[in-house]
Design a protein around this ligand. Structure first.
Ligand SMILES: O=C[C@H](O)COP(=O)(O)O
Length: 254
């Protein structure tokens, strides 16, 4: 049994922000990802779909990865407005976020749908980032572990036993609010998620990267990313500012 930790990943989720002018921000991220950072942490940026190709071209020759924020479960067909995992791969994406709480809420995505999307991503050669997380009410009712456990059980595809999958724990109440759980709560949840993954996927579950997301900022990154079983961050607002995003990644510098 390996005790080696997965290499950390700091991923930016730009959500519905950014036009072509934001290529400047992305270029600053590419430039700031120096040898020191490269030796410690992987970087991923998930811009709106309209910018994926542009960013992927800009990132050629660098280790920075580009990803999508969602994909359809089908490979192609009559799904107006949707994008398949293969289409994301075609324009240079190597990751895709699935089951973000904003998709679950805004688009009524169920665990079953998220699982189908994750499976489609794997089939297309992408690494899915499967998001889970409880609401404030669920935490206050003492149900956080049960809710996240059920989301994991329903959203993680069986293929995770043999294909790379990332899990992101994002308490819904911490997203974009400036609020974060205590490090004790993060440690409890990540320990629980790790155990659930090991129970289901064995060694693959032990090596899966577990990201924390929800109001990660340069000022709290070192504390949050230092928690046991936290292998990186999924960053929203702070990833829109190159210097803040890089400062979060620098939490891994000694
Ligand atoms: O996917 C990212 C998260 O929803 C976190 O967003 P935030 O860093 O703006 O709180």
């Amino acid at each position: 049994m390996t005790t080696e930790r997965p290499r950390p990943l700091v991923a930016g989720n730009w959500k519905m922000n950014g036009t072509r002018a934001a290529t400047e921000t992305f270029s600053a991220i590419l430039e700031g990802y120096d040898a020191g950072l490269r030796s410690k942490v992987d970087l991923l940026v998930c811009p709106p779909a309209t910018l994926i190709y542009l960013f992927a071209v800009a990132a050629v020759g660098t280790p920075v990865k580009v990803g999508g924020q969602d994909c359809h479960a089908a490979t192609h067909g009559a799904h107006t407005g949707d994008i398949s995992a293969a289409m994301l791969a075609d324009v240079g994406a190597s990751y895709v976020i699935v089951g973000h709480s904003e998709r679950r809420t805004d688009h009524g995505e169920t665990d079953e749908m998220v699982k189908a999307k994750a499976r489609a991503a794997i089939t297309a050669g992408l690494t899915p980032i499967v998001c889970v997380g409880e609401t404030r009410e669920e935490r206050d009712a003492g149900r956080a572990l049960a809710v996240v456990g059920a989301q994991l059980a329903g959203s993680m595809p069986e293929e995770a036993a043999r294909a790379p999958v990332v899990v992101a724990y994002e308490p819904v109440w911490a997203i974009g609010t400036g609020l974060t759980p205590t490090v004790v709560d993060v440690a409890e949840m990540h320990g629980f998620i790790r155990q659930s993954l090991v129970d289901r996927f064995g060694a693959a579950g032990r090596n899966m990267r577990l990201l924390y997301g929800g109001s990660v900022k340069p000022g709290n990154a070192r504390e949050l990313l230092g928690v046991a079983e936290v292998d990186g961050a999924l960053v929203g607002g702070a990833s829109l500012v190159a210097e803040d995003f890089l400062a979060i990644a620098r939490a891994y510098m000694a």
